[in-house]
Design a protein around this ligand. Sequence first.
Ligand code: GLU
Length: 428
Amino acid sequence: MSETINAFQMAQRQFDGVAKQLNLDPQVSEILRMPLREFKFQIPVRMDDGSIRSFTGYRVQHNDARGPHKGGIRFHPSETLDTVRALAMWMTWKCSVADIPLGGGKGGVPVDSATLSISEKERLCRGWVQQMWKNIGPRNDVPAPDVGTTPQMMGWMMDEYSKLVGHYTPGVITGKPLGGGGSLGRTEATGYGAIYTVREAMKHLKMDPTKCVAAMQGFGNVTQYASIGFKEILGGKVACVSCWDNQDKTSYTYSHKDGVDPKFLQSITDQYGTINKDKARAAGYVIEDGDAWITKEADVLMPGALEGQVNAETIKKMSSRVKIVAEGANGPTTPEADDFFKKNNIFNIPDFLANAGGVTCSYFESVQNDMNYYWTKAEVLERLDTKMTQAFHSVLEMSESEKVYMRDAAYMVAIARVVKAMELRGWI
Ligand code: GLU
């Protein structure tokens, strides 16, 4: 993230630009450019050595006009109230653009979870719920995983909530483990969802995916499955992925002359998400610095890590071959980089459209929890494909009819639906 702009300012700047284009009533904009509710609390946790450490917890509920607040909980050392606000706001637009009946929310704890033992993590997760349980719930606000949080953590959180309310309530949280109220397909959902939108973008741009190369940033849940999907669903080649290295506290880019094999890389990734460099080298991988991913000759770029990674500095190194930027991460592109894409006619699949697959599958998970009846993986992925394809085309149509950039079109579709729901409920 550049020093001059933080994620929340960036989210508000994007919103303000579109609110102006839409001629939105300033009184309505005022409601939407700030979250409806914010929680900040302390979570005292007994550490394994007997000491007590107090963590800060956040939950921001941006808007619930279309349905219960929805959005992940992030455990990351650089988490701040402003990143959580931005991410909560983006969740409102994400659920709206995907046309699922949910609003926006996000939570976080500034912590490096790799420094905690398993039992400390469990106590922190349970502590988060102890502070928030009165303000979350299946009809109110439904958290999920995000950066630094896992299905196991969601399982603990669901268990804590169920104990506090006195009955089994799987629908309070999504992204739960399989067999513990989770849905088949949830693990693949964000990455595959992004690939479905890339497939539709390629059809629109008349590109043959089997002749295309992608360069991806990150190797967390999103990029792992986006890279598998790019190869297996589209038949393309993935030039590189990048990955945070937990020992060296920096990231590296992993490329291979024949394209990377994501399943092999998954098999040599440890529980903290670090790829084993020796094993990668032995298998012929070239390891470069973390920014090298953006310099690769590729038709598709997929930033799939944190905010602000595609910015005025990094785009200078981008190859002129790039035609599509599909944003697997939330908020990876700064407004300066957006201007560059517009000028250079680079097709953007904005974050809250490209990565909406995760929350869409979370929605399916809560529907299955409510029914207490579970679908097959093929059923889940087919429904996901239908939803993502519809979402992509509603944005593309808006972009063509209003002659606007894809990100602005996505905002237009999303904001219009939220405003409509606010009107219908008599809020405005
Ligand atoms: N954290 C994911 C996101 O940013 C998933 C949210 C959810 O499933 O509620 O979209």
